[in-house]
Write a protein that binds this ligand. Structure first.
Ligand SMILES: *[C@@H]1O[C@H](CO)[C@@H](O)[C@H](O)[C@H]1NC(C)=O
Ligand SMILES: *[C@@H]1O[C@H](CO)[C@@H](O)[C@H](O)[C@H]1NC(C)=O
Ligand SMILES: *[C@@H]1O[C@H](CO)[C@@H](O)[C@H](O)[C@H]1NC(C)=O
Length: 188
């Protein structure tokens, strides 16, 4: 049972992305990024669908300053399978200049901790952020995209701004699924 669980977790981490043929498109991140304005709590409202993902509802991310100029990440969600709330801690590191929001993110407690790219394509810090992750794997690449918002159920205008960023970057909207942010605990 434990072995099956481990395999599921590893497969989940690797497959929680959508595969595409060819190499990652070279997208541009936002300019003059200011990390301190980006910190704090975000709600995941949409993300790419992954077939091997149990997923969760009420998914949030809290970013704060960590040691050595890193970003401490706390992702929290309620499992769709068990209904139990769980958090996982990660570390993000800026991989180039501090005003270029390309991070490398790792979750050390996963059985196979691996670095995943985390690129902020655009954000106004106050309402929305669009985050892109793409990894080349030989003849194909795996992608994930997240729309994060400061409110659990943002107004349509905020979603429209996010979709504009997605369209501008020629990112397909076909793989998005909505994250359930209804009836979530008030705080956790
Ligand atoms: C986010 O994390 C920081 C640092 O751990 C903590 O001080 C803050 O209360 C957290 N915010 C929320 C909304 O959980
Ligand atoms: C920060 O740097 C120190 C010294 O290099 C190291 O011992 C420590 O593990 C680092 N902390 C993190 C969170 O990477
Ligand atoms: C998006 O596609 C259009 C038309 O194919 C192209 O002109 C544009 O450069 C592309 N933009 C990006 C960011 O790839």
């Amino acid at each position: 049972m434990l072995r099956i669980l481990l395999i599921v977790i590893i497969a989940n981490a690797a497959m929680a992305q959508v595969p595409f043929l060819g190499a990652c498109p070279n997208l541009e991140t936002m300019q003059n990024f200011e990390l301190d304005k980006y910190l704090g709590k975000w709600y995941e409202v949409e993300r790419y669908f992954a077939w091997f993902e149990f997923g969760g509802r009420c998914v949030t991310a809290n970013y704060s300053l960590g040691e050595n100029d890193s970003v401490k990440i706390v992702n929290t969600q309620i499992s769709l399978l068990t209904g139990v709330a769980a958090s996982i801690e990660g570390i993000g590191r800026l991989i180039s200049k501090s005003d270029d929001p390309k991070l490398s993110v790792t979750f050390p407690s996963l059985p196979l901790p691996f670095d995943a790219p985390y690129w902020i394509l655009d954000s106004d810090y106050k309402t929305y952020a669009v985050v892109w992750s793409c990894t080349n794997l030989g003849v194909f690449n795996v992608r994930n995209v997240w729309i994060l918002t400061r409110e659990p159920r943002p107004p349509v205008a905020v979603l429209e701004k996010s979709y504009q960023v997605i369209d501008k970057n020629n990112i397909s909207r076909a793989y998005f699924i909505r994250t359930d942010q209804k009836n979530c605990p008030a705080s956790y």
